[in-house]
Design a protein around this ligand. Structure first.
Ligand code: SF4
Length: 437
C-alpha cells in the first residue's frame, strides 16, 4: 500500500504511471494529493490489518472503533471492514504457516508493514516503499510479497504488477542482507472485496530482469523531471507524455494534462459512427445519435476500451474545478452553490443521552439495538462450533451482480443466452388443433 511512499517520488504504487509516461512525475510536481473517501477507507483497512498483527488478535476486536486518518478525519471500522480485513489477515496467517497448536505463531518469517529499499531501482536517494506483508519461508527458498487492495473496482492482477515487483525487489535486498538466497518470489494481491488472492510466481532471475527494465523507465522519468522547465508548457510537451488508462489513473495532473485532454477529445469524436449510412443529417445543430441497436458491436468494443480513461478524466476535471472554486479562484461559467443539508446529529451524544435520561425516557425508547453480523458471530462462537453450526444455517448470501469486464479478466465468463433463443420458434407452422385432440 502506499501510506509509505510519501518519501518516494518514484513510488511503487505509481510505477504503472511513471514507467509508461516519462513526464508524469514532472507534471505532478507541486500538486497536492486530493483526499478521497475511497483512499481513506483503504488506509483504515490497512491500519486495522496492522493492528491485528501487532496485537495478535482478530479484526472483530476493533469493530466500532474509529481509525484516525489525518487531522479531523476518521473512518469507522464497520462490519464490512471487519469481514474483509479478517479475510486478508487469515490469508496472510495461512501463507505464513500459522501453527494450529499455537495461533499467532508462524512457521515462516513474517514481516508486516515494513519499509523496504527501492532506491536501487529508482535512483532516488534513500527511497523506500512499504510492503503490506512479506514472508521468507523457513527453508529460505521462497520470498513472498503480499499487497492488500481494499477497492471494489476492477480486479487487479498480480501478474506483471510493477508495484509488487518493486516491493519484491526491496524485500529481496533485505532478505539477502540477512543471508537468505531465495530461489523464487511469490507475489500475491489480496483484493478482498472482489475476489480471492491472485498469485504470480517467478524465479529470482526473472525478477531481476524485470527490475532492470523498470530501472530504465525510472531513469528516463528522472531525466524528464530534471529538465522539466525546458518542456512543460511548450509545444514539445506532448513528446514527454503518454496517456493510457493504467498510467493516468492515479496521476495528479490528469485534470490539466494537455495530452490526456487531446486523447479524450479524439476518442469522443472518433466514437461517432464511421459509415455514411449511420449518419443522420450532419447539417443539423445537434450531432446525430446512433440508435443503440444499430451500433455495431466492434464499434462499441473500441469505444469501450477508452471508457475508463474518459471517465477518469471527467472526474478529475470536475474535482479540479471544485478545488479551484473552493480555494476562491474563478472558473469562468461555474460557481459554488449550497447542496442539500446533511442529516441531523447530536452535537454531543453523551449530553443528549443524559438529557433523555433526565426526561425519564425508557431504554428501548432511547437506544437502537443491532444484532451482530455473521462475521462477528463466527468469532464469538468459535469456541463452541456446535452453536455456530446452528446459527450458520440462518445465514444467506445473495448472488454477486453481473458486470462487464475485458476478455483477459481472470474471472470466468458468465454465459447468457440471447433473449431470442429463449423463445420457441413462432415462424414455424402452427400445429393443427385437430391433430392435438
Ligand atoms: S495525465 Fe497521463 S499523460 Fe498526463 S502526465 Fe499524467 S500520466 Fe502522463
Amino acid at each position: 500500500m502506499a501510506a509509505d511512499e510519501y518519501h518516494a517520488k518514484w513510488s511503487p504504487s505509481g510505477a504503472a504511471g511513471w514507467s509508461t509516461c516519462v513526464g508524469k512525475i514532472a507534471m505532478e510536481d507541486g500538486l497536492d494529493d486530493q483526499p478521497s473517501s475511497y483512499a481513506d477507507e483503504g488506509t483504515a483497512a490497512h491500519t486495522v490489518a496492522t493492528w491485528c498483527f501487532e496485537q495478535t488478535t482478530d479484526a472483530a476486536a476493533f469493530a466500532g472503533r474509529y481509525v484516525p486518518i489525518r487531522p479531523g478525519v476518521t473512518v469507522e471500522v464497520d462490519d464490512e471492514m471487519v469481514e474483509y480485513v479478517q479475510a486478508y489477515v487469515d490469508a496472510i496467517r495461512q501463507y505464513a504457516g500459522e501453527k494450529p497448536e499455537s495461533p499467532f505463531d508462524f512457521e515462516h518469517e513474517l514481516n508486516v508493514e515494513q519499509d523496504v529499499p527501492i532506491d536501487h531501482i529508482t535512483g532516488e536517494d534513500g527511497a523506500t516503499g512499504r510492503a503490506d506483508a512479506w514472508i521468507l519461508t523457513a527453508d529460505g527458498e521462497e520470498l513472498q510479497v503480499h499487497d492488500l487492495k481494499y477497492g471494489r473496482g476492477e480486479p487487479v492482477s498480480a501478474e506483471g504488477n510493477l508495484q509488487l515487483l518493486m516491493y519484491a525487489s526491496g524485500a529481496l535486498r533485505v532478505a539477502e542482507l540477512l543471508g537468505a538466497e531465495p530461489k523464487h518470489v511469490r507475489m500475491v494481491i489480496h483484493q478482498v472485496r472482489t475476489s480471492g488472492p491472485d498469485e504470480w510466481v517467478i524465479p529470482i532471475h526473472e525478477l531481476q530482469e524485470r527490475i532492470s527494465y523498470l530501472r530504465v523507465g525510472a531513469a528516463r522519468s528522472y531525466d524528464a523531471y530534471e529538465c522539466r522547465a525546458t518542456w512543460i508548457g511548450t509545444p514539445g510537451e506532448a513528446d514527454y507524455l503518454n496517456p493510457s488508462e493504467k498510467g493516468c489513473r492515479w496521476c495528479k495532473a490528469k485534470a490539466t494534462c494537455s495530452a490526456l485532454r487531446d486523447v479524450v477529445v479524439q476518442t469522443v469524436f472518433q466514437s461517432l459512427p464511421a459509415t455514411p449510412e449511420e449518419f443522420d443529417d450532419l447539417t443539423a445543430d445537434t450531432p446525430a445519435v446512433v440508435p443503440q441497436q444499430s451500433a455495431p458491436s466492434a464499434w462499441l468494443a473500441s469505444s469501450m476500451e477508452k471508457v475508463g480513461l474518459v471517465e477518469d478524466w471527467c472526474k478529475a476535471v470536475r474535482a479540479e474545478t471544485e478545488r479551484r472554486l473552493l480555494a476562491g479562484e474563478k472558473v469562468p461559467g461555474y460557481k459554488l452553490v449550497q447542496g442539500r443539508k446533511p442529516a441531523r446529529k447530536w452535537a454531543d451524544a453523551e449530553q443528549a443521552e443524559q438529557a433523555m435520561k433526565s426526561m425519564r425516557l425508557k431504554a428501548d425508547e432511547m437506544y437502537t439495538k443491532k444484532v451482530i453480523s455473521p462475521t462477528v458471530a463466527e468469532k464469538v462462537l468459535a469456541p463452541t462450533p456446535r452453536r455456530w453450526k446452528k446459527l450458520e444455517a440462518l445465514i444467506v448470501q445473495g448472488e454477486p451482480p453481473l458486470s462487464v469486464a475485458p476478455q483477459n479478466d481472470q474471472r470466468q465468463a458468465v454465459e447468457v443466452k440471447p433473449v431470442i433463443e429463449e423463445f420457441d420458434d413462432l415462424t414455424t407452422e402452427a400445429p393443427n388443433v385437430d391433430d392435438l385432440i
